[in-house]
Design a protein around this ligand. Structure first.
Ligand code: HEM
Ligand code: HEM
Length: 394
């Protein structure tokens, strides 16, 4: 039987339940393993795979959750097996609502965190890494991390109660509660009614209001900053990048190939009065796409993203003339640091800065492509273009 009836879970509901249950339990285990793994040079590659797996499973849970809810609203919900035990029935149904909400809150808070920061572990899904309207912002990433962590605790406690309840029914009472979810056996009297439907839902909403409200207020400052593994140390100051494009163009066998980095974060301090400031840009090199040579470009001969997942440009901004500016500093790429000057135009309108500029790099300065000592296969120059809009935060 594919569909539910009043006293049986159909095949689809059971498949959703157990697939999501396994993925959620796996993700909790991976999240905790990541949290308690020391961050050293030796564990970086392991953590990268761990977090990519964690994030990919989490986004899968979110997709399945959407389908599950669409399915569930089209189905009757099997009635409680012991409707006369009013409190127990209420608690079980409230736990179900908490769990339904959790399979949205956990992945979404994780995804907001991933979008707001320059992560080193991509989501292995073919669609976009970043959620729309989420700026690259350290403080937003911290907030999302706190929501993720506190919600994770609420989820774990609820699952523990949920599993204990299921085991109590299966082992002590030997009624059909677990069998009804496990193999679709019928149990319960179809004419029984649910407890007042809105009461457990309301209880779950109150629990989530306290969880998210608490994460945004009382728990926010207490979150262990050191444990926020992937985040770079610096704070976003002054300007927040709203959207932008960081592209590179290389020459391969005489033909130009253009690609770009999807994941990067720029922390900009700029005083329009004096035309001076500073910029620090952290680029997630694993987010590079470069046409058909993406894999080669990320490989050990070139960007070597497994060993050097981040590139960093740090420089001082100086106004040359009206819109014309330079950022003079250093670029660290594949572990090599070299002086670089970026020329750009900066236009300010109504508190929004529009920046567009670039620079020309020589791959030999960073020892990139040493196995290609001439330009016959890969040119020496790499053109970097950056375009962004940023707004001032007070
Ligand atoms: C079913 C979904 C998910 C569950 C149950 C889950 C659970 C957890 C847990 C228990 C932790 C360890 C505690 C902590 O550091 O907060 C964690 C960490 C983390 N999760 Fe998730 N997660 C889920 C989905 C996601 C998704 C979809 C993403 C990103 C796209 C994500 C990104 C992260 C990151 C980046 C961390 C490390 C947090 C830090 O360093 O502060 N998670 N998750
Ligand atoms: C391995 C551990 C688990 C066991 C033994 C288990 C067992 C059960 C059982 C027996 C039911 C049916 C309850 C009833 O008929 O009143 C149920 C329902 C449910 N479980 Fe689990 N579960 C487990 C893990 C999870 C996890 C990890 C989640 C979280 C996402 C979850 C979410 C739910 C939800 C939302 C329902 C209500 C389904 C509905 O009525 O629409 N379960 N579970």
């Amino acid at each position: 039987m594919i569909a539910n009836t009043d006293n049986r879970y159909g095949l689809v509901a059971r498949l959703f339940h157990w697939t999501i249950a396994i993925l959620v339990l796996a993700d909790i285990a991976l999240g905790l393993l990541g949290k308690f793994t020391p961050r050293t040079g030796d564990t970086v590659a392991f953590l990268q795979v761990l977090y990519s797996t964690h994030k990919t499973i989490g986004v899968t849970v979110l997709s399945l959750a959407v389908l599950r809810v669409i399915w569930a609203v089209s189905q009757p919900r099997p009635v409680p097996i012991h409707p006369e035990r009013r409190f127990e029935t209420f608690a079980a149904e409230a736990a179900h609502w908490v769990l339904y909400a959790a399979i949205f809150v956990l992945p979404l808070s994780g995804w907001v965190m991933h979008s707001a920061e320059v992560g080193f572990a991509p989501i292995w899904w073919p669609f976009t890494q970043n959620l729309p309207f989420i700026p690259k912002s350290e403080s937003l990433a911290m907030t999302a991390a706190t929501v993720h962590w506190i919600s994770g605790i609420v989820l774990a406690v609820t699952i523990a109660a949920h599993i204990s309840g299921a085991l109590k029914h299966a082992v002590l009472e030997r009624d059909g509660t677990l069998a009804r979810m496990w193999n679709g056996r019928e149990a319960g009297n179809g004419s029984a009614t649910h407890v007042k439907k809105s009461a457990p839902l309301l209880a779950a909403l109150v629990i989530w209001a306290f969880t998210i409200g608490g994460a945004l207020t009382v728990f926010a400052p207490a979150h262990d900053v050191a444990a926020t593994s992937q985040r770079s140390a610096q704070q976003t100051a002054g300007w927040v990048v709203r959207n932008g494009n960081l592209s590179i163009t290389i020459t391969q066998i005489g033909a130009q190939v253009t690609g770009g980095f999807e994941n990067w974060q720029a922390d900009i301090v700029y005083d329009p009065e004096t035309g001076t400031g500073s910029v620090k840009t952290v680029i997630d090199t694993t987010s590079l796409t470069l046409g058909s040579v993406t894999d080669q470009a990320k490989g050990p001969e070139f960007f070597d993203v497994t060993n050097h997942a981040q590139a960093v440009f740090e420089g001082d901004i100086l106004r040359i003339d009206e819109a014309k500016h330079t950022a003079t500093g250093t670029l660290t790429l594949v572990g090599q640091t070299f002086p670089v000057t970026l020329d750009f135009d900066l236009e300010l309108t109504n508190g929004t800065a529009t920046v567009s500029g670039g620079t020309l790099l020589d791959r030999r300065d960073f020892g990139i492509g040493a196995a290609y000592p001439d330009e016959s296969s890969v040119g020496f120059s790499v053109e970097v273009l950056i375009e962004l809009t940023a707004t001032l935060i007070e």
